[in-house]
Design a protein around this ligand. Structure first.
Ligand code: FES
Length: 160
């Protein structure tokens, strides 16, 4: 009787030890959510025709690459896909040539300037530059705000 109780005790101890080891292993190798890199290449400048809003980087990187005019100057820029009202994701409406937020109806021109709805300021831009291999590279670690006069910074656009 005592022997079987002792056996049971050792079994419980071994089970507890096993669970502890599993917990430790889980701690040492946690599930890691892999985030997309903050710098990434989007293609060559010639891939972006004047007037085009490229949407293929929206889902993964949260950016539109837009070749448009700003202050009369043609430039390629990387626009952040976050509404400046309360943070929803606007849609590009090709037929109406505007970004439209589905949440409260804010509208933005192709260059990101707000013109309707409650959004208090333009969409934001990420840094964009030409990489060594001739492709455009977006850097999401740097943001540029139009209302602070930052869209004149050469890092906020590419003109060729
Ligand atoms: S979050 Fe875009 S209009 Fe409100």
């Amino acid at each position: 009787m005592f022997g079987s109780m002792l056996g049971l005790g050792y079994t419980c101890l071994a089970a507890a030890g096993g669970l502890w080891t599993l917990g430790l292993a889980r701690f040492m190798f946690p599930n890691i959510l892999t985030e997309p890199p903050s710098r990434f290449k989007v293609g060559f400048p010639s891939d972006f025709a004047l007037g085009k809003v490229e949407e293929k980087f929206k889902a993964q990187f949260g950016v539109w690459i837009v070749n448009t005019e700003y202050n009369g100057q043609p430039e390629i820029c990387a626009i952040r896909t976050v509404c400046t009202h309360l943070g929803c994701t606007p849609n590009w409406l090709e037929a109406e040539q505007k970004f439209k937020c589905p949440c409260h109806g804010s509208g933005f021109y192709k260059d990101g300037i707000n013109f309707e709805g409650p959004a208090p300021r333009p969409l934001e831009r990420y840094a964009i530059s030409l990489a060594d291999d001739g492709q455009l590279e977006v850097d999401k670690s740097k943001l540029f705000f139009e209302e602070m006069g930052q869209w004149v910074d050469p890092q906020s656009f590419y003109t060729g």
